[in-house]
Design a protein around this ligand. Structure first.
Ligand SMILES: [Fe+2]
Ligand SMILES: [Fe+2]
Length: 284
């Protein structure tokens, strides 16, 4: 079966494909304006109580370092920069997807959530360091926080058994996990995630980065993809939310030079990632 057909089959089975809330889309759109109407932003977000609850919980995490307890959206906006607001909105949405264990991949709910957020924090740090423009920073947030969403779709709808992965890995000890996924599922979680993001009408640059996050040839074809792939690898090195697959991926030798980063930068990124994850974890 060709990959298109397999993807269609997976998504056909899905009665209720998770959706990316309209409210969050509208909020992100508003935040792209030069003069942001914060009253309107508040009104839009308030129409989704689930997002409001996640937003207020997230914003009060010590990882965001605000000087006082925030109890209203408007107050939060006054303390935060536009990038931080975008990050928290995307994370607020992601919380709802990553709030369940992935038994097929051997990750518990907390691990999955921390993995996604830490990847977001590290990716943000790289994006700032490279001086990316606001549009690209937003793309990096979305792609990094949601990079493993394909795992959710596969785990939910393919009745994955971790044993199948283990036995395939035992049989092919020199394969990377992408090859294992193709053998077991006929598809990989990067491709499934990218397909979902396309269904949600996100720009190609974002779905491409998700598609590429384990593909050594693709990840050095775009800055956003390279950042997401590196941030994910560093999150795995830190041991955050590792599943059956964590150490079974390849990175291209020239990923660091492609992103203009040195080994010293990697050390700093690992430190930031670990620090943010630990401060963040205290609240969740
Ligand atoms: Fe992944
Ligand atoms: Fe990952």
């Amino acid at each position: 079966m060709k990959e298109e057909q397999i993807l269609e089959k997976i998504f056909d089975k899905v009665e209720t494909i998770p959706t990316f809330p309209k409210v969050a889309q509208q909020a992100l759109e508003l935040l792209r304006d030069e003069n942001i109407d914060f009253k309107r932003l508040e009104k839009i977000i308030k129409s989704d109580p689930g997002i409001v609850a996640n937003f207020l919980k997230l914003v009060n995490s010590p990882a965001f370092g605000l000087p006082q307890k925030i109890d209203s959206l408007f107050k939060a906006f006054m303390f935060l920069g536009v990038n931080q607001i975008k990050f928290i909105i995307i994370a607020s949405v992601a919380k709802n997807y990553f709030d369940r264990p992935l038994k097929g991949y051997g990750i518990d709910a907390e691990g999955m959530w921390l993995h996604s957020i830490t990847c977001g924090f590290i990716a943000e740090e790289i994006a700032f360091k490279l001086g990316l423009n606001p549009a690209k920073i937003e793309a990096v947030y979305i792609a990094s926080i949601l990079h493993d969403i394909g795992k959710i779709v596969l785990d939910l709808y393919m009745d994955l058994e971790i044993e199948e992965f283990y036995s395939a890995m035992k049989e092919h000890p020199d394969w990377d996990f992408i090859q294992i996924e193709w053998l077991v599922l006929g598809v990989d979680h990067g491709l499934v995630g990218a397909y979902l993001l396309e269904k949600w009408h996100f720009p190609k640059s974002i779905s491409f980065a998700i598609r590429a996050h384990h593909d050594p040839d693709l990840m050095i074809q775009s800055e956003v993809a390279g950042i997401v792939a590196l941030a994910n690898a560093l999150t795995n090195y830190l041991g955050i939310g590792m599943g059956v697959d964590a150490f079974y991926y390849r990175l291209p030798e020239d990923l660091l030079s492609f992103l203009n980063l040195s080994e010293k930068d990697i050390y700093k990124l690992l430190k930031t990632g670990l620090y943010k994850m630990l401060t963040f974890q205290r609240e969740f």
